[in-house]
Design a protein around this ligand. Structure first.
Ligand code: F0G
Length: 351
């Protein structure tokens, strides 16, 4: 049986990694494209979920990180740094550990999910909490990497987006062509940029077509939708709590050249989609990831989705990273006597 070799070995001819760089990989990519039966019925379309929470550190960031850390290792870099809302730092920490590098991460204090904090710590990175937003963290990380001998592994590092574009290659291979519409959450706007690039390259090479790109920001952190920087972004979707996206212009280009849209979804819509995915599709994602599905549902309700189309929603991160929202919105566990009668009674079973 053929085994998956990670995105660098699978797509080496389409990735600009120097041939002599060591490949630092956790065999990321090759994630499931799961048909979403319930969503398909609701929308009247053929909807699939690209489940990026199935990556080694539980998010799509691993696709870009294998590239950035491999290149850094090839250049002899001993230390890497990133700003993060949690997932980039988890991924950087894991890949840096594997490469034997020092890793430092800058995160907004009190605004990253517990599981992501655990990941950064367990892999041995230096976790610096900053009294400010992600945008402040990114500014500090960029300036630090300019002044000191550390490599920046945020998505402003072009190799990150190169790695992330491989998700589009996988989708085109699985479906035989690009979908009609691709939905995804937008934070720092790197991923929508990367997917668009991947679809364009696949189309150029094999005529697989181009989807319309639908990006969704959280309503309290929607600078691209508003057309201006948000100085104090607010949303429960902490992964996309970003007020000044680094890839802003690229995202606008992806939207406009694809005939797509970038819209906002509020926290209530995000949490509703989050629960719907868990309860009807069996897919547990983190709240930010549900923005893609929340946006699709809203676009459908607004009459913007013609029936019969093929749609892919990327769900970007694993639900276990941020369990608080799963627990707070659910029924309380019940305590029973350790007997069959006790269990049957609690479940309301009758013989
Ligand atoms: N979904 C999740 C789960 C994320 O962690 C991120 C970004 C996004 C969506 C948005 O992707 O930034 O490329 O538009 N997380 C970054 C981080 C900012 O630091 O982990 P984007």
């Amino acid at each position: 049986p053929r085994t998956w070799r990670g995105i660098i070995e699978e797509y080496r001819d389409r990735l600009p990694l120097p041939a002599d760089a060591p490949v630092i990989t956790l065999l990321e990519g090759g994630t499931p494209l799961v048909p979403a039966g319930h969503l398909s019925e609701v929308i009247g379309c053929d909807v699939h979920l690209k489940v990026e929470g199935a990556n080694p550190t539980g998010s799509f960031k691993d696709r870009g990180m294998t590239m950035a850390i491999s290149a850094a290792a090839g250049e002899g870099s001993k230390a890497v740094i990133c700003a993060s809302t949690g997932n980039t730092s988890a991924s950087a920490a894991a890949y840096a550990a594997r490469a034997g590098m020092i890793c430092a991460v800058l995160v907004p204090s009190g605004k990253i999910a517990l599981g992501k904090m655990a990941q950064a710590l367990v892999h041995g990175s230096r976790l610096l909490q900053l009294d400010g937003s992600f945008d402040d963290c990114l500014r500090v990380a960029r300036e630090l990497a300019e002044a000191y001998p550390v490599t920046l592994v945020n998505s402003v590092n072009p190799l990150r987006l190169e790695g992330q574009k491989t998700a589009s290659f996988e989708i085109v291979e699985a479906l035989g062509a690009a979908p009609d519409i691709h939905c995804l959450p937008v934070g720092n706007a790197g991923n929508i940029t990367a997917y668009w690039r991947g679809y364009l390259e696949a189309d150029k090479e094999a005529g697989t077509g181009r989807p319309r790109m639908f990006g969704f920001q959280a309503a309290g952190a929607a600078p691209i939708v508003r057309g201006s920087v948000v100085t104090s972004p607010q949303t429960i979707a902490t992964a996309i709590r970003i007020g000044n996206p680094a890839s802003w212009d690229f995202a606008v280009d992806a939207r406009d050249s694809s005939g797509g849209l970038i819209d906002a979804v509020n926290d209530r819509q995000i949490l509703a989609a989050y629960r719907l995915l868990a309860r009807t599709e069996g897919v547990f994602v983190e709240p930010s990831s549900a923005a893609s599905v929340a946006g699709l549902l809203a676009a459908h309700e607004a009459g913007k989705i013609d029936p019969g189309q093929r749609i892919v929603c990327t769900v970007t991160g694993n639900g276990l990273k941020d369990p608080d929202w799963a627990i707070s919105g659910a029924a309380k566990p019940e305590t029973i006597r350790p007997t069959v009668a006790g269990a049957a009674e609690a479940l309301g079973l009758r013989q």
